[in-house]
Design a protein around this ligand. Structure first.
Ligand code: GDP
Ligand code: MN
Length: 386
């Protein structure tokens, strides 16, 4: 086979403003937001942002998920703000709780202990339910069965650039399974045994090692005689190789649900659920998704939406505008090869400053971005975070 030149791998689908193809067919897709009634203001902010920058042209339905009945106020405000259909769904009680094989009191004790230990969100029972839900039952939820693709959104996020093409259509066309914006390292104390569980499952099921897996797992620098000794430490597999802790941040995801509904992923989820790690530790859905993707996909099936301006909490991705972005003139950026690649910019009408707010955590972006492209940074790029 002819080797593809690597610059063809995982380029942005478009690098400047397009005339939105509003007459073209859509994919079978929905925007999905899990939220609480109390988050109305923040949820509204997100919906207004995505309607203004994308959905005002494409009119995809937005499905709102809640573990409690929706308030009339929430539904009224959303109905007034969406350009497509808004659907309000309640997650069945038994899909938002401890698994049947866990004693609720023991689980609550484990959660309280994580709170005392100062583990991020570890003391919040609802947060554990949320992570477990997004890791598994989300994909088999009755309310979402009719859709093949989802775009996950959250209260209080911003989209900074116009998205003038249909990412679902492009992902389908390019055989992509999963799209992300920001990648960063997981809090190690939330998941001491997650990586080992997944690595063991991989071994048991004879899953071949992909490029993505290799990129996510850092082969140990420890000499062979000491490797099995090393393997007793957290975030290492039986061979002593470690997980970089890098993962795709799941508050933004555009993905094909077939992957997650497939027996392989569901098996893995069931296995993880059996170990009780969603409660005895505080495994995040982002880490679970990322490690599963790393194990089961080829690197060209994951897409980095580097042309999307996006913010959640204090983490940004801000592309410079195309064409002729100011990126190169910025003294702040320095003379790194990675920056030169961005000459001219790639975003459309971005309202953020591409010279100030680059993607967070180059180290993890570098790890998880197409492992076999020349766009990965050399070691020097690791030190350049914004
Ligand atoms: P963070 O982004 O990790 O800081 O976590 P968030 O608090 O933003 O929660 C992630 C997502 O889950 C957001 O969409 C929240 O609205 C949602 N969420 C978290 N906990 C609950 C809950 O108890 N009930 C509902 N309905 N949504 C929740
Ligand atoms: Mn959030």
């Amino acid at each position: 086979a002819v080797k593809q030149p690597d610059h063809e791998l995982d380029e942005p689908f478009y690098t400047q403003c397009q005339e939105p193809a509003v007459e073209k067919p859509r994919e079978n897709a929905a925007l999905v937001m899990l939220a609480r009634n109390s988050e109305l203001k923040k949820a509204l902010k997100t919906v207004e942002s995505i309607e203004k920058h994308f959905n005002g042209w494409f009119h995809y339905p937005i499905v709102f998920l809640n573990d409690e009945p929706w308030s009339a106020e929430f539904m009224k405000a959303m109905n007034a703000s969406v350009s497509g259909v808004a659907r309000f769904e309640v997650i069945p009680k038994d899909e938002w709780t401890f698994p049947a094989w866990m004693d609720a009191n023991e689980a609550k004790e484990a959660i309280a202990k994580q709170g005392r230990d100062g583990i991020l969100y570890g003391g919040l029972e609802t947060y554990h339910h949320m992570c477990r839900f997004y890791s598994g039952k989300f994909y088999t939820l009755k309310a979402l069965q009719q859709y093949k693709w989802y775009w996950r959104i959250e209260p209080d996020v911003d989209f900074h650039c116009s998205i003038t093409y249909d990412p679902f259509v492009e992902m389908a066309k390019h055989d992509k399974v999963y799209g992300f914006t920001i990648s960063l390292p997981e809090e190690p104390m939330t998941c001491p045994s997650l990586f080992r569980e997944i690595a063991d499952w991989k071994e048991e099921h004879n899953i071949p090692t992909t490029e993505l897996w290799k990129a996510t797992v850092t082969a140990s620098w420890v000499p062979w005689p000491f490797r099995s000794w090393m393997s007793r430490f957290r975030h290492r597999d039986k061979a002593g190789d470690g997980w970089s802790l890098c993962h795709y941040w799941s508050n933004f995801e555009i993905a094909n649900m077939d992957f997650f509904r497939d027996r392989k992923y569901q098996d893995l989820y069931e296995h993880l659920d059996k170990t009780r790690g969603f409660y005895e530790e505080r495994w995040g859905d982002a880490a679970v998704h990322s490690l599963a993707l790393a194990m089961l996909l080829n690197s060209d099936q994951v897409h980095h939406f580097e042309d999307f301006g996006y913010r959640h909490d204090w983490f940004f991705q801000c592309p410079a505008n195309a064409p002729g972005g100011q990126l190169l003139e910025s003294k702040a950026l320095g003379d790194f090869p990675f920056n030169k690649e961005r000459q001219g910019g790639i975003g459309c009408r971005c309202e953020c400053d591409g010279a100030q707010t680059r993607n967070y955590a180059s180290y993890c972006l570098n790890k998880l971005k197409q492992p076999n492209t020349s766009k990965r940074l050399g070691p020097i790029g690791w030190f350049k975070t914004w």
